[in-house]
Design a protein around this ligand. Structure first.
Ligand code: UGA
Length: 448
């Protein structure tokens, strides 16, 4: 099939490359000239395991092209809307400007009977508005149809999630639209991936609801971690026990400095804003608390750092390992790690940051010093914080690092360090969710 993909961020670029792998002729279109040039040259514009290979394979096969010119979509019969829907400046709702711009650019170019498939995360009801707008902008009887097929890919796992999704959601208003989507995904369906057909609005909600469930789960586990800390209980054993309950399962139970990124926080807020518009007030009560608990984890980490610097952070040297919002990604959007690093720098500390992939995003930060290795960031540090769950941080040698730092005090913001190994090497290991090993510090905390 000939397919266009509008928007070439993580979602669009990965989806376009996956479609080419499945044998379709695909063109990715974006207004970002530099990004399109890179993609067309087979160069990945972001860090995503396996993406560079998939992209090159598509480009070299001739099945995957990229363009900034809207006319590139002319020969396609199926068009995927993959543009970003960030949080509106100064509000909680989703900013749909890029989506409407894409719809308006697409409308005059649509062939008779084209299928326009939304993948972006949108407030429920948007698909119906897209259908109306396309009908307004095309000639009567043009037969354009809208479907919604949300994408659940995670950054850092975008390629595997695209090629082998847990499920396909086919939000359609007709059998014909379903049949075309099944044709697009023939390969995946043959591999046994389950598909659920539903209406447009349920499909839109499926995406937002999945993110709301995941975000809520993380905030619940962070509340449990704080209770464990207060009760001298063990959050790791607790989550292990919970995870063995087949109704709960083990994933998304890692406590720490909370969730971030370009999706969970903004989708949570957009969902509750849309629910309020629909008159469902309980959504904002519940999800407002999920959001607050999440943001509070960052403050907890900053407060812990201040205490570990004896309440006198000004001028003290601090090493922060991790800046991206999660491992295997260079994305720093709404990154908890970066927020904590910034918070500590705002106390007057001299913060040296190392991230395996995200350093280039921090080049113009005046409040942080970016280093090119964990060792370099830790040199003469009085406090070290591990804030992103990169595997390489879990593998750090505490003995070697202990010789570099000035004080062997570490905060494990993602529970990736083996506390016994680090303690044996002479480190004082602190973590959100674990009782402080320093009893004095603990007394101070309880005193408020
Ligand atoms: C999320 C969803 O997981 C995807 O299904 C969805 O498609 C995507 O948003 C999207 O809307 O496009 P992503 O933003 O890549 O994916 O990140 P996650 O892997 O879900 O992690 C989000 C944040 O939660 C990270 O900061 C991570 O460190 C944190 N997290 C995750 C925890 O704090 N604890 C956990 O147990 C799991």
């Amino acid at each position: 099939m000939r397919i266009s993909v509008l928007g070439t961020g993580y979602l669009g670029a990965t989806h376009a490359a996956a479609l080419a792998r499945w044998g379709h002729d695909v063109v990715g279109v974006d207004v970002d000239v530099r990004r399109i040039e890179q993609l067309a040259d087979g160069v990945a514009p972001f860090h995503e395991p396996g993406f560079a290979e998939l992209l090159r394979e598509g480009v070299l096969s001739g099945r995957l092209a990229f363009s900034t010119d809207a006319s590139a979509v002319d020969s396609a019969d199926v068009h995927f809307l993959c543009v970003g829907t960030p949080q509106l400046d100064g509000g909680h709702a989703a900013d749909l400007r890029a989506l409407w711009a894409a719809v308006d650019a697409l409308a005059p170019r649509l062939r008779h009977g084209a299928l326009v498939v939304g993948k972006s995360t949108v407030p429920v009801g948007t698909a119906a508005l897209v259908q109306e707008r396309l009908e307004d902008l095309t000639a009567p009887g043009h037969g354009v149809e809208v479907a919604w097929n949300p994408e659940f890919l995670r950054e850092g796992h975008a390629v595997e999630d695209s090629l082998r999704p847990d499920r396909l959601v086919l939000g359609v208003a007709s059998d014909a639209a379903e049949a075309r989507l099944r044709e697009v995904y023939r390969q995946v369906l043959c591999d046994g991936v389950p598909a659920v057909r539903t209406d447009l609005q349920t499909a839109e909600l499926a995406k937002a609801s999945a993110n709301v469930m995941l975000a809520s789960r993380i905030s619940v586990v962070n509340v449990l971690a704080e209770v464990c800390e207060a009760a001298n209980a063990d959050i790791e054993r607790l989550t292990e026990i919970l995870g063995l309950d087949s109704r709960i399962g083990p994933r998304y139970l890692s406590p720490g400095i909370g969730f971030g990124g370009g999706c969970l926080p903004k989708d949570l807020r957009a969902f509750s804003s849309r629910a309020a518009e629909l008159g469902v007030e309980t959504a904002s009560q519940l999800l407002g608390a999920v959001d607050e608990v999440n943001v509070y984890q960052r403050q907890r980490a900053v407060d812990l750092a201040r205490r570990l610097l004896d309440g006198r952070p000004r001028g003290r040297q601090v090493a922060v390992l991790g800046a991206s919002f999660k491992a295997d990604s260079d994305d720093v959007r709404d990154s908890p790690a970066l927020a904590v690093a910034t918070g500590i720098a705002a106390l007057g500390a001299c913060v040296h940051v190392y991230d395996p992939e995200a350093g280039h995003h921090l080049a113009d930060r005046l409040d942080l010093e970016v280093r090119d290795s964990a060792e370099s960031a830790c040199e003469r540090a009085e406090l070290t914080l591990v804030l992103t769950e990169w595997a390489q941080f879990g593998a750090l040698d505490p003995v070697a690092l202990g010789r570099i730092v000035r004080r062997r005090v570490v905060v494990d913001g993602r529970l990736v360090l083996d506390p016994h190994r680090w303690t044996r090497a002479g480190w004082q290991v602190h973590a959100l969710g674990r009782r402080d090993p320093d009893p004095q510090l603990d007394t101070r905390r309880r005193a408020g």
